[in-house]
Design a protein around this ligand. Sequence first.
Ligand code: SF4
Ligand code: SF4
Length: 137
Amino acid sequence: MKKRFVFRFSPDTVKKPLMSYLVREFNIDVNIWNADISYGREGKLVVELEGDENSIEKGLAYARSIGVNCSPSIKELQFNREKCINCGSCTSVCFYGALQINQESWELNYDPEQCVVCGLCIKACPLQLFSISREEE
Ligand code: SF4
Ligand code: SF4
């Protein structure tokens, strides 16, 4: 199972080494997608957790037990595929391989599994076909 979460830290909880603990104690692979965090201040991490469902549930329960607010990330890239003219402009800014031109059909392939919702493609598309759904604050 692979799932994205938003972790919110208070000034106190931000001092605790949560990510390494999740890896070590619950055998969860942690991929940090976005970090807005500083020692001693409120902070937020967007992370992708990969592991078996039970381990992830236990890891989340542990995080909550030490005061970290964990919620599923609902931030997603919206793509208006019908209007795409396959110009390829967006592929040059997508460093994660989520946007690629198919070398046979010359059509744009968008793979949501690879997308980290960085938003770089939003400005790159001349037709403004990308947008990001708002994450809950
Ligand atoms: S949001 Fe970022 S990762 Fe996702 S498709 Fe756009 S450029 Fe690629
Ligand atoms: S930049 Fe826009 S129009 Fe061009 S391939 Fe990407 S999504 Fe399609």
